[in-house]
Design a protein around this ligand. Structure first.
Ligand code: IFM
Length: 438
């Protein structure tokens, strides 16, 4: 059923796994700073050590090989590879060069994300994503990386989940840099998307590999059949999904945003929307859950809990059909929709190693049912080229710290021992069967 051209991979991100935050000239990012603010991260955790992947990358690469994955999606830490003065940091670059070289040697495709939320703190000190200048600093970083790593990468991702950088970082304060103002979130989103546009042009000048952006998307359901709740769902859908996708694929921000945030507008200048809507070779989709919403006079919509349905350790509702539906909706909404990779999908559970085994049966069901939903979307004509489980390893789950475990491989943080969970072993068996054509 699954052709050998369809890639199955696993994903990670630099700050969530690397640790070694002071090694080889790395300087602080906004997440290093945010974690130091009391009360921001559960249990006072930080990415200081994380999975110590910076020192254990060879073991982790062997895990990818042993589990039979076709591809690995990872991100580069901007503050490891570019000095504060903009010059290259070759010690940091060498880390990624070694990783890429060994992945290639072992036959794994390399999906590289430039920005998975770890903006250099020195750029934050000059305004961060609230400043238009940051878009162009991002393009310089993209230029550096694509010159240094040219030929080694199978797919470039400019940004991972700009929704989270913009909204969680600037409106709710749950993520770095911890701001709480909707106008800031709208400004940050615009500069992130502009950064994507100008960075894409820089990469394209240096390297031939496909370039795309990864967006998280949510399924949305109204709480009742009332017209008010149905309308609330359209607002929530615009907020969660089309705020990012419309500018990229239609060159406009969705009209619903004006109703959601009256008086708030993006700082658009002439030429920006064309730069943002630059050709994407693929779109990365991260999908986790469905949200239920109802109308709210002040906020437009509010999210309300759903009873009687399956949840994960995050409290997220399990709804595989949402992935199928979103993919088919996007195909209809966006005539120029490029091929899609599911760049993240997975769930957190409170996994424990018992007698050397991790019985994560809920994750196994979750992954299987979502892969089946991708298959359904493909059968209805959506072009999907790969699926990446989030995540290869248990890791630093941002403001939730280490309590939430998303890995298909368990990490014992006291010993750094890795134990493939049952879901990883099932995936391995599935990938072996596929290889044999069974
Ligand atoms: O861990 C995160 C990841 O960094 C981005 N996408 C969602 C994951 C789970 O919350």
């Amino acid at each position: 059923m699954w052709s050998r051209d369809f890639l199955f991979g696993a994903a990670t991100a630099a700050y969530q796994i690397e640790g070694a935050v002071h090694a080889d000239g790395r300087h602080p990012s906004i997440w290093d700073a945010f974690c130091l603010v009391p009360g921001t991260v559960h249990n006072g955790d930080s990415g200081e050590v994380a999975c110590d992947h910076y020192n254990r990358w060879e073991t982790d690469l062997q895990l990818l090989v042993d589990l039979g994955f076709d591809a690995y999606r990872f991100s580069v830490s901007w503050t490891r590879v570019m000095n504060v003065d903009g010059t290259p940091n070759h010690r940091g670059l060498d880390f990624y060069k070694r990783l890429i070289e060994q992945l290639e040697r072992r036959g794994l495709q390399r999906f590289l994300t430039l920005y998975h939320w770890d903006l250099p703190q020195h750029l934050q000190d000059r305004g961060g994503w609230l400043s238009r200048d940051t878009s162009f600093r991002f393009a310089e970083y993209a230029d550096l990386l694509s010159r240094e790593l040219t030929g080694g990468v199978n797919a470039w991702t400019t940004l991972n989940e700009p929704y989270c950088s913009a909204y969680l970082g600037h409106a709710t304060g749950r993520h770095a840099p911890g701001m709480k103002c909707v106008q800031y979130a709208v400004d940050a989103m615009h500069h992130l998307l502009l950064g994507h546009g100008v960075a894409s042009a820089a990469i394209r000048a240096n390297d031939k590999a496909p370039i795309g952006l990864v967006s998280n998307v949510n399924a949305v359901v109204p709480k009742s059949n009332s017209a008010a709740d149905a309308h609330a769902a359209t607002l929530a859908y615009a907020h969660a999904n089309t705020w990012v996708l419309d500018p990229l694929l239609l060159g406009t921000y969705p009209a619903e945003l004006k109703e959601l945030w009256p008086g708030v507008a993006a700082p658009v200048r002439a030429g920006d929307m064309a730069a943002i809507a630059t050709r994407m070779d693929y779109l990365g989709i991260n999908y986790y859950f469905r949200a239920q919403v109802q109308a709210d006079a002040a906020a437009g919509y509010v999210e309300v809990p759903m009873d009687g349905v399956e949840h994960t350790q995050m409290g997220w509702v399990v709804y595989p059909a949402g992935l199928r539906d979103l993919l088919t909706e996007f195909k209809h909404r966006y005539p120029g929709l490029p091929p899609i990779y599911i760049t993240e999908n997975g769930m957190a559970s409170d996994d424990k190693v018992v007698d050397g085994r991790v019985g994560d049966e809920q994750r196994l069901r979750y992954l299987n049912s979502h892969i089946a939903a991708v298959d359904q979307a493909m059968r209805s004509g959506v072009q999907v080229k790969g699926y990446f489980a989030w995540s290869l390893l248990d890791n630093f789950e941002w403001s939730y710290g280490y309590e939430k475990r998303f890995g298909v491989v368990h990490v014992d943080y006291a010993t750094q021992r890795r134990t493939p969970k049952d879901s990883a072993l099932a995936m391995k068996a599935f990938l072996e069967r596929r290889r044999r054509g069974a």
